[in-house]
Design a protein around this ligand. Sequence first.
Ligand code: ATP
Ligand code: MG
Length: 417
Amino acid sequence: MRQSQLFFKTQKDFPKDEVAVNAQLLIRGNFVEKLMAGVYSYLPLGWRVRQKIVRIIEEEMNALGSAEILMPALHPRSVWDATGRWEGMEKIMYQFKDHSGREVGLGPTHEEIMAVIGKTVIDSYADLPRTVYQIQTKYRDEPRAKSGLLRGREFTMKDLYSFHTDEASLAEFYEEAKKAYLKVFTRAGLKSYITEASGGDFTKEYSHEFMVETDAGEDETFLCRLCGFAQNKEISKLKAKSNCPKCQSGVIDKVKTVEVGNIFKLGTKFSEPVGFTYKDTQGKMIPVVMGSYGIGVDRLMGTVVEVHHDEKGIVWPESVAPFQVHLLQVGEATPELQQFGTNVYDELVRSGVEVLFDDRTRATTGEKFFDADLIGLPWRVVVSEKTMVQDKIELKRRNETNVKVMKLKECEKMFIE
Ligand code: ATP
Ligand code: MG
């Protein structure tokens, strides 16, 4: 993509009320734009990052044998009344009347809707287990939306639902889902800890949260770095500096974390109220056992920025970077240099590399370097008069300082590997 043609401009002024690092960097880098507290637009670079994250999630969910669906955001009250959550979620759910007086709400989550749909597909034990997921917009009237992408009022969640004949089948899938979740976060460049947490209004058992350590986090977690044992402070009886109850030899630290994912054993909490049952081998009607599994897509992106940045800007992991290479053409834009820059660009594109080409003729060299650090693509390639006369380019990784001068052919090999 040529930067001169991209709907894009790094921002000098950004909202003064944005205190979160992720929001500051993402807005200044023009990845997202804030419409109101907790509501953001994705601009071209941000959309590309989001798509990369979505792709990783889809690949791992598909590998679990789950199939993608899409449910509506607008829900009738009746579906929520079945479980009593229309009133239970009054504070967080956007609820209103339409012009004909019908009560409707914007979905903060989809367990109720899913159970109702499940009834249309699952009749007997032979139809189980099954699992489906969606990547869809959720609405929550969050009282504090000050953490940028970490806490939206409109946000995207990947929510997966699993259906089983019994608890044993659910437990089996639940463990597979844990592994898939760890893979998603690792692939996105994050180290996550599986944390025991309250089951909330879903289950008396623990649920499991996937926590990433960062000072931007709103949760507090007791963590043993030695064995990875972690408990959410809300439910924990542990104290900081105590011995780890799991491995005995590690020490428990209290750390700030972001909850990037949460998985729940729902049991029959949502199936029973709506009569979502299956016929067992004897023809008896049994409530379907369910699980639900969430990942915050925007929150994940915000967390990557919180973890991977320096004083100059974002340092994207390769897996989620909007482009792999930022090609900068610097110095006076003579026809020869523009041709040289274009040749390098075409050659990189031909070899399958995702390149953002800063071919702007009015930006200064300083501005180009400044923007490149802010946007944070993994590799920076510079072409200038100086490199052109040697038929070479300058190559630098975003997270390293040393610059290598080399032939384009040599450098291509590094991106393809
Ligand atoms: P929190 O405790 O942070 O408010 P939650 O426990 O209410 O989150 P869940 O209902 O478990 O959230 O939702 C599943 C996932 O969706 C969370 O693990 C998180 O990654 C994401 N998520 C939840 N609320 C938001 C939000 N307001 N903005 C962005 N992502 C969110
Ligand atoms: Mg949660």
